[in-house]
Design a protein around this ligand. Structure first.
Ligand code: COI
Length: 354
């Protein structure tokens, strides 16, 4: 349990829970009954409250819409067998939210406000947490600039909101990814390490081009030489080469993924050798050719682990070994799911009961 501030609640007059088709959740289709809202003005966060989930009324001049001062987080809640609410590493998200806020010249949100708002929101909407294996309640905290001002400067007012959605699996099959060597997700000195909304916007066009060629996502390379891998789609990326788990070291252009960190720690605990270092395209393609690349996968909150089936590079598709031969990612995925849902001991102290 977290120590908690309590915030005023305006409860919904009519729950929408009965409208949810829990057998076909998809991802991001349904929104739970309530949201947590806090405003920033006069240099302080104020008026924290829980209200029914609903539309916002904004000025057309709202600066986030023009200059992109907007960021988000993503985390998940589960129910254990006793029906208690378990949230996976929420403090890590509260901290990363503030690292992103600093990069975007936005105010830090007190971590205790993030935690207490989340706790109260989940207490109210806990019936929205799906029970089926692989399903969860996706939690979306986000912050954006609200000044109705068209000059370019950091906004003086902001909104911070948390809403939640019951979700199923993000990808329902292994993905085909293309090595991107023209477009760049994030330059050195840019904001790639943050969860700035703009990072996701800039990926849409190059991804759409790859999708026209039959790929699902991109394997992003560095913006200087395009010789080193950075991320995959909206996730961190990992490879199993010669039995070692290899992943690009984080930098200012790579997100410090909470799932990334969790996967690496679990792998080490399982005795799997882990290497965080620059990972070249050439090394991975060579390993794909000579059979030492046995697995590749994306890691992120939404999908947890998304296996990669095919890597496309310079017009050639390299098909990776079939899913049934893979041992590293499935083992870690299972271990992670068991910790998140309270089925296995949480030796890292990651799970917060709310
Ligand atoms: C994640 O998986 O961590 C993400 O950020 C995906 C989200 C953009 C849906």
């Amino acid at each position: 349990m977290v120590d908690t501030l309590t915030f005023p609640v305006q409860q919904t007059a009519q729950s929408r829970l009965s409208e949810v088709d829990f057998a076909n959740l998809g991802f991001g289709k349904y929104y739970s009954d309530h949201m947590f809202v806090v405003q920033y003005a006069d240099k302080q966060w104020q008026n924290p409250r829980i209200v029914p989930y609903g539309d916002l009324s904004l000025s057309p001049a709202t600066s986030a819409l023009h200059y992109g001062q907007a960021l988000f987080e993503g985390l998940k809640a589960y129910k254990n067998e006793a029906g208690e609410v378990l949230v996976f590493r929420p403090e890590a998200n509260a901290r990363r939210l503030n690292a992103s806020a600093e990069r975007l010249a936005m105010p830090a949100l007190p971590e205790e406000m993030f935690m207490a708002g989340l706790q109260q929101l989940l207490a109210l909407d806990k019936d929205w947490i799906p029970a089926a294996p692989g399903h969860s309640l996706y939690i979306r905290p986000f912050m954006f600039a609200t000044d109705a001002y068209t000059g370019v400067r950091p906004s003086e007012t902001y909104l911070f909101i948390i809403f939640t959605c019951p979700v199923g699996v993000y990808y329902n099959k292994p993905v085909r990814v293309k090595v991107e060597t023209h477009f760049t997700r994030a330059p050195k000195g840019g904001m790639g390490y943050s969860k700035a909304a703009g990072n996701y916007a800039s990926a849409l066009y190059p991804t759409a081009l790859a999708q026209k060629d039959g790929y699902d996502q991109l394997l992003w390379t560095d913006g200087v030489s395009h010789e080193y891998f950075e991320e995959s789609g909206t996730m961190n990326v990992m490879f199993v080469i010669n039995g070692k788990l290899v992943t690009p070291a984080t930098s200012d252009s790579i997100l410090k993924g909470v799932t990334r960190d969790s996967v690496l720690k679990l792998a080490q605990q399982m005795g799997i050798a882990v290497e965080e270092r620059p990972v070249s395209v050439r090394e991975v393609i060579e390993a794909a050719k000579n059979g030492t690349l046995t697995e590749a996968f994306g890691v992120g909150t939404a999908a947890t682990i998304a296996p990669i089936a095919v890597i496309g590079h310079e017009g050639v598709d390299y098909t990776l070994p079939p899913m049934e031969t893979r041992t590293v990612a499935p083992r870690i995925h299972q271990a992670l799911d068991d910790i998140k849902t309270g089925k296995a001991a949480d030796s890292f102290g990651w799970v917060v009961k709310m």
